[in-house]
Design a protein around this ligand. Sequence first.
Ligand SMILES: N[C@@H](CCC(=O)N[C@@H](CSC=O)C(=O)NCC(=O)O)C(=O)O
Length: 280
Amino acid sequence: MNLQTRSQHACFGGRMGFYAHAAQATGTEMRFAVYEPPQASARKLPALYYLAGLTCNEETFVIKAGAQRLAADMGLVLVACDTSPRGLNLPGDADAWDFGVGAGFYLDATAQPWAGHYRMSRYLNEELPALVEANFPVRSDRRGIFGHSMGGHGALVNALRNPQRWHSVSAFAPIANPVAVPWGEKAFSNYLGSDRQQWEAWDASLLMRARPYPGLMLVDQGLSDQFIDNQLHPQALQAAADASGQKLELRLHEGYDHSYWFIQSFIADHLRHHAAILGS
Ligand SMILES: N[C@@H](CCC(=O)N[C@@H](CSC=O)C(=O)NCC(=O)O)C(=O)O
């Protein structure tokens, strides 16, 4: 497997690194970031994968969330991937900030021209963990996943679809019910085609109703989030959990918006949630 090191930096006694590789799932170069805490020099550790939101890339979380100091304390490896393939120049892939480049939605597209490249779910579930587990001191039997907004939904939906791969899951301000909101309708109609029934396999609230995730889901949501009413719909997730018996801790926070200031404020709780399940 090819792996290019772009840069590495000492950080809280461990190492913050930025990498690239030729990805089969997308047919493009994909970039990702890995934080190895100090304990990684002595033993293999659980890895916690982070999925960022619309317009972000593999750098956003590791620069803005303030997670490395906590990961160093808890002995968690952090992996942050990009939000879409890049450099393809497919028609319409750069016309809007909420679709195409930077907006892959962590699904596997089935409609053209996206189907051959926008396979972020395959990338995330199979190719990236295989690469990380072959090249970094991480356990292959203990993986967690979390994310924000589009990435919060990506974490929930990929954990619901692949509970055997993801042993812990949480989300910040996820797009809870994408089939029912403009961001999701735009992405799914393009990536998956016009048959709305096909969309259901990629909607966290609908999946949760049919088959809950076998563990506690932690979700934080700010009540001053500018996207809460028209794009996020946390109430759909709560309703799905109530209907299916999903163990869900949905925490609503007065005054917090959609930004990384919100994420910074609750990142410690998320890392503790994952560390408690994954061990470290
Ligand atoms: N460019 C847009 C704002 C885009 C935005 O808010 N992106 C969020 C994720 S939204 C859902 O997936 C984000 O995480 N941005 C990065 C950040 O650093 O905040 C606009 O101009 O309104």
